[in-house]
Design a protein around this ligand. Structure first.
Ligand SMILES: *Cc1c(COP(=O)(O)O)cnc(C)c1O
Length: 375
């Protein structure tokens, strides 16, 4: 079998034609028709009024935090299991990411553990919809309301995922997305903040363009940034957004094919999909009860199958190293693995991946260094 990557972008004629059109027009910087078109089409896809494009997903988080006046001395609650960008964005602003453990049911931030982490310095919560499964938003929103906190959704891995029929990113004050090459839709590098709040949208537009007055050019009454997306990136995005529903349908169909082959293996825990959730399975991910993940990844590679361990929990990374009640996130990180999840995947390849995985598990079962029999 040829090498099967964990995730590869699906780029077609339309993307190519849009980029050619963009280059021929010479509007290759951050002004141009594709920018507005992409902001409008993506935000309306999410059911939200305003979209503010940025150069990548990390900047989307940073811009969202800054527009909510979060800065030095403030605390922001984030899940302990996430991509490091969530924590870094908070740190860049001089604020402190406060780590909260995750729940087994969704692999996302555990809403029952948030209140304990709130102090007089807490300003916001960033729930992360990990691997495409939405967070349990109702309890998060009511805690935010009770303590007057802002909610920024990190939806970088969950374009189109739904919580009780609502698209993620549309529930909190601001939703942040990434369009990196391996995300559900891509612009190469890219990101967007979405919101229904006009004041916040204007503030973000102002801040991402050097804090320049819209009425008086080159008048900067605040220190802003250059976080702008290019028209070329947006040109790709305009073609991608047309296909997003098709991509999600394929990802869900592929996930159910994976499930059907893996469901009878006692060693494997399938990815969650709560009754209130539509999971878009950004990366099809499973937990293994008693297997050495690194060994498994190596063996899969020998069979030309790319796979990836879960993120390391933030609390073990050198810049954020700390002790605390992080049992679940550490367990998930230790036992989780993501399997190839490209839209281009065929049923034959999924069958090959599952067959190989089950074979390897039979082969290596018993000689494991992991001890998580408490599932
Ligand atoms: C990808 C990702 C980001 C950051 O996006 P970039 O575009 O790579 O900067 C942030 N949060 C999460 C959870 C991500 O997966």
């Amino acid at each position: 079998m040829e090498f099967i990557p964990i995730s590869e972008p699906n780029i077609g004629e339309k993307e190519l034609n849009n980029v050619i059109d963009c280059i021929k027009s010479t509007w290759i910087s951050s002004i141009g028709k594709y920018i507005t078109e992409f902001e409008n089409s993506f935000s309306s896809y999410c059911g939200v009024k305003y979209g503010v494009s940025v150069a990548n997903g990390t900047l989307a988080l940073q811009l969202a935090l800054k527009s909510l006046n979060i800065g030095f001395g403030d605390e922001v609650i984030i899940p302990n299991l996430t991509f490091v960008a969530t924590a870094n964005a908070v740190t860049y602003l001089g604020a402190k990411p406060v780590l909260v453990d995750c729940e087994i049911e969704t692999w996302n931030i555990d809403p029952t553990k948030i209140e304990k982490a709130i102090t007089s310095k807490t300003k916001a919560i960033i729930p992360v919809h990990l691997y495409g499964h939405p967070c349990n938003m109702d309890p998060i929103m009511s805690i935010a309301k009770k303590y007057n906190l802002k909610v920024i959704e990190d939806a970088a891995e969950a374009h189109g995922s739904e919580y009780k029929g609502k698209k993620v990113g549309s529930i909190g004050d601001i939703g942040c997305f990434s369009f990196y090459g391996n995300k559900t839709i891509t612009t190469g590098e890219g990101g967007m903040c979405i919101t229904n709040n006009k004041t916040l949208a204007n503030k973000m537009r102002f801040l991402k363009d050097h804090g320049m007055s819209t009425k008086k050019r080159y008048w900067h009454k605040e220190i802003g940034y250059n976080f702008r997306m290019t028209n070329m990136q947006a040109a790709i995005g305009c073609a991608q957004i047309e296909k997003i529903d098709k991509f999600i349908d394929i990802k869900r169909k592929n996930a159910f094919i994976y499930n059907s082959f893996l469901k009878d293996c006692a060693e494997i825990i399938l990815p969650p999909e709560k009754e209130w959730a539509k999971n878009t399975f950004w990366l099809y991910s499973i937990l293994l009860k008693n297997t050495n993940i690194n060994q498994l990844i190596k063996k899969l590679k020998e069979k030309n199958i790319d796979s990836r361990r879960f993120f390391y929990p933030i609390n073990v990374l050198p810049p954020y190293k700390q002790k605390g009640d992080y049992k679940v996130s550490n367990m998930l990180s230790k036992n989780g693995i993501s399997l190839p999840s490209s839209v281009n995947l065929t049923e034959e390849k999924i069958k090959y991946i599952c067959h190989s995985l089950l074979e390897i598990l039979r082969e290596i079962s018993g000689n494991s260094s992991s001890n998580t029999r408490r599932f």
